[in-house]
Design a binder for this molecule. Structure first.
Ligand code: TXA
Ligand code: MG
Length: 315
């Protein structure tokens, strides 16, 4: 199959929506990373996402919708969901809520769980595509399973060309790490740190969120430890480099091969994270050392992804 590269304009959106309607796979930019979209109501289309990514089928997908009204068709809405959606949608926050019996979604989307992860993306291309398609789009990040998430159309092409129908080219993603995933169970529970800082959620809710421990895999299936991995080995919290290592720097460090943010800005570092990992990955096998990153705000999402990149492979 030839993967079409569509431009982010009216004819591109019409073509993308028509491919989705026909059960095709279309990658599109969101403000976090590129997603690999399929019509969330079509079983075979959703199954093809798992096949294209080589993704274990027990790992459920996020459904993307245009607005809160659309979200309410698929999940049981709550007051807390309302508060969070008013504060942060559209934006890099995914809410996990009880799935409605009449959702009409493919059971593959939720891997048969009674809950659904749902979000309203902010990127103008994602918004335009959702409005043209006018339906729920299931979309994981558009990378082969276990590899680095794509923040550029070219990353999608490099990883999935020939396996998907199209990619809408919307340039580089602004946030650069995936959405924050919050489970709205008895207590709001952080299932994955991401593009919306935990502190912002706590400020909006006026209460602390519970954080998921690595030891509790059941609350977030598919949070495999080794993930986002480049080919080379990765060593964290490096204050100096060993012979032959390449340094992925943060702040004013000397001798960095690439720097996430010379100014020490966590927003800039998040936006550059996957981009730099892709660049290092394309440029050889020498081990990668990474400067320490402060563990607050977006730093938590960055450190979460880096720990996965550094973890022993195949876990
Ligand atoms: O920013 C993002 O969230 C991107 C863009 C494309 O929207 N998407 C993304 O999807 O990162 P993916 O599939 O790479 O990660 C989704 C995560 C997985 O770790 C999955 O286990 C979790 O969401 N998830 C999905 N449904 C869930 C559910 N019902 N309960 C708990 N975790 C869930
Ligand atoms: Mg992913």
């Amino acid at each position: 199959m030839d993967t079409e590269i569509l431009s982010p304009d009216a004819s591109g959106y019409v073509r993308a929506a028509s491919l989705l309607n026909d059960g095709g796979l279309v990658s599109f930019p969101t403000e976090t990373v590129y997603g690999l979209g399929a019509d969330a109501r079509q079983n075979i289309a959703v199954a093809r996402i798992f096949e294209a990514k080589n993704r274990p089928t027990f790992n459920p997908l996020i459904v993307h919708v245009a607005d809160v009204a659309a979200a309410k068709r698929y999940v049981h809405w709550t007051d807390m969901a309302d508060r969070l959606a008013s504060a942060f949608w559209p934006g890099p926050l995914t809410l996990v809520l009880p799935l409605r019996d009449d959702s009409g979604l493919s059971a593959l989307v939720t891997a048969n769980l009674p809950t659904l992860a749902i979000r309203v993306p902010e990127h103008p291309v994602a918004k335009a595509l959702l409005s043209e398609f006018d339906g729920p789009v299931a979309a994981p990040s558009a990378n082969p399973s276990g590899k680095i998430s794509p923040t550029h159309a070219q990353h999608v092409i490099n990883g999935l060309s020939g396996r998907i129908e199209a990619v809408v080219n919307g340039g580089q993603c602004g946030v650069g790490v995936e959405s924050t995933i919050l489970g709205l169970f008895d207590a709001p529970t952080l299932l994955r740190p991401g593009g919306l800082p935990q502190e912002a959620i706590e400020a909006a809710l006026g209460c602390p969120v519970v954080t998921r421990s690595e030891a509790d895999p059941l609350t977030a299936p598919g949070q495999m430890l080794s993930h986002y991995a480049p080919g080379a080995s990765v060593r964290l919290n490096a204050v100096e480099t060993a012979e032959g290592e390449r340094l992925l720097g943060f702040g004013k460090v000397e001798g960095a091969t690439l720097n996430l943010s010379v100014a020490g800005d966590l927003t800039e570092a998040a936006a550059n994270l996957f981009h730099h990992l892709h660049a290092l990955d394309a440029d050889g096998e020498a081990p990668i050392a990474v400067s320490p990153i402060p563990d607050h705000g977006l730093g938590r999402a960055i450190n979460d992804r880096l720990r996965r990149a550094a973890a022993p492979r195949g876990i």
